[in-house]
Design a protein around this ligand. Structure first.
Ligand code: F6R
Length: 367
C-alpha cells in the first residue's frame, strides 16, 4: 500500500504531481480559457459581493488559508481575514448574513473547525467548504464547496492535501477575479497557463531536489532549533515548513516573515541556528538578499531555496536548493516540496516515526 516507499509520507510527497493534476482536472480548461467550478459558479454573485471573506481552519489548513488570503485579495480584491477556527469560535466575531466564510479542512472532521462553521451559519453567513475527504462532516454541513481531490492522505503530517488546498484556492481566486473584472483576460490567461504547468514543475522539483535535500538533511540531525523565513506568499510557506519539521522530527522550529527578523528573532542567530530561507526571484528579492547577508554576518547556517540560476543568495548560503520559476502566487506550491523532503529526511535520520508522530492524530476530533 506504500507503493514501494518506506513511509506514507514519502509516497504522498511523491504523489503531488498527480494530486495537483487531479485537483485541476475538469476545472481548469486552458484551451477554452475557463475555470469550471460549480460551487463557485452557482453562488458567484453572493461571493463577489461579499464585503469580507473569513477563512477558518487549523494547522496546515490554516497556513493554506493565509496563502488564500493573499490570492483572493490580489486577484479578486475582496478583503479576507484568516482565523484559527479555535479562536474564531470563542470570541464572538462580527459575522452577518453578508459574510462569506471559507472553511478549509483535509479530514473534514476537525472539531474546532466544525464548531466554528456552525456558529458562522447561525449568524447567517454563507459557508464554503474546501475538504479533501469526500462526504466528511464539514463537507456535509457547508452551504457549498469544492473538494481538493488529493486522494487519501495517510501520513499524519499533511503534504499533498496542502498543495491541493493551495491549488483550489488559486482556482477560486482567479475565477472570482475574472468574473468581477479585477483580473484582465490577458493576466487570467497567463496565470491559468502557469497553473496548468504546475504538476510538471512539481515533478521537476521532486526529481531535481530529492537526493540533494536528503544529503543536506544529514547535516542537521543534531539541530535543536530551526528558523524558517519567507516574504509575501512565501511567509505562510515558511510557517508550514516549520510546522512540518516540528511535527515529525521534534526539533523546535519557527516560521517568520523575513522582514520581522530584525524585530526579535535576529537575537537568536549564531552558528548553532540553522535558517531556511525561501528566496525566489520575484517578491522583493533584493530585500531577501540583505536578510541573508544579515544572517551570514551573525554566522547562521543558511539553507536557501532559490530559483534556478540564482547567484546572489546562493553565493552567501551554506546550502542551496534550486527550484523552477513561477509567478510569485504559485511559488509556495513549488517551494513546499523541498521543505517537505527536508523535514522528512531529518526526521527519518533521527529515527522518528514519521507517519505517526507522537501525540498527534490525523483528525483532531477533540476540542
Ligand atoms: C499538519 C497537520 C495538522 C492539520 C490540522 C487540521 O501536518 O496535519 O496541523 O492540518 O489538524 O486538520 P484538517 O485539515 O483535517 O482540519
Amino acid at each position: 500500500e506504500k507503493g514501494g516507499y518506506e513511509h506514507f509520507m514519502l509516497k504522498e510527497i511523491f504523489e503531488q504531481p498527480k494530486s495537483i493534476h487531479d485537483t485541476l482536472r475538469g476545472r481548469l480548461l486552458v484551451e477554452e480559457g475557463i475555470i469550471k467550478m460549480a460551487g463557485i459558479w452557482d453562488h458567484l454573485e453572493r461571493l463577489n459581493q461579499a464585503q469580507k471573506i473569513t477563512i477558518i481552519a487549523c494547522g496546515t489548513s490554516w497556513h493554506a488559508g493565509l496563502i488564500g488570503e493573499y490570492l483572493i485579495e490580489e486577484f479578486a480584491r475582496i478583503p479576507v481575514e484568516v482565523e484559527y477556527a479555535s479562536e474564531f469560535r470563542y470570541r464572538n466575531p462580527i459575522i452577518t448574513d453578508k459574510d462569506i466564510v471559507i472553511a478549509i479542512s483535509q479530514s473534514g472532521e476537525t472539531a474546532d473547525t466544525m464548531a466554528a462553521i456552525k456558529m458562522a451559519k447561525e449568524k447567517g453567513a454563507f459557508v464554503y467548504g474546501i475538504c479533501n475527504v469526500v462526504d466528511s462532516s464539514i463537507s456535509r454541513i457547508t452551504d457549498a464547496g469544492s473538494y481538493t481531490h488529493a486522494g487519501p492522505e495517510i501520513g499524519v503530517a499533511s503534504t499533498k492535501a496542502f498543495t491541493s488546498q493551495l491549488t483550489v484556492l488559486s482556482l477560486i481566486a482567479l475565477k472570482l477575479g475574472k468574473h468581477n473584472g479585477h483580473l484582465s483576460n490577458q493576466e487570467f490567461m497567463k496565470l491559468i497557463t502557469e497553473l496548468d504547468a504546475l504538476p510538471k514543475k512539481v515533478e521537476e522539483v521532486l526529481e531535481s531536489t530529492h537526493e540533494h535535500v536528503k544529503e543536506i538533511a544529514k547535516h542537521f540531525i543534531g539541530a535543536q532549533n530551526f528558523l524558517y523565513l519567507g516574504r509575501g506568499y512565501n511567509f505562510p510557506a515558511a510557517l508550514e515548513g516549520a510546522l512540518k519539521l516540528k511535527e515529525i522530527s521534534y526539533i523546535h522550529a519557527e516560521g517568520y516573515p523575513a522582514a520581522e527578523m530584525k524585530h526579535g528573532p535576529i537575537a537568536l542567530i549564531d552558528e548553532n541556528m540553522p535558517i531556511v530561507i525561501i528566496a525566489p526571484k520575484q517578491g522583493h528579492y533584493d530585500k531577501i538578499v540583505s536578510n541573508v547577508q544579515e544572517i551570514k554576518a551573525r554566522k547562521g547556517r543558511i539553507i536557501a531555496l532559490v530559483n534556478k540560476g540564482d547567484t546572489q543568495v546562493a553565493s552567501v548560503a551554506d546550502f542551496v536548493i534550486e527550484f523552477p520559476e513561477t509567478s510569485e502566487c504559485f511559488s509556495p506550491i513549488i517551494a513546499s516540496i523541498p521543505l517537505q523532503l527536508l523535514a522528512y529526511y531529518i526526521a527519518v535520520y533521527r529515527g522518528a516515526n514519521v507517519d505517526q508522530p507522537r501525540n498527534l492524530a490525523k483528525s483532531v476530533t477533540v476540542e
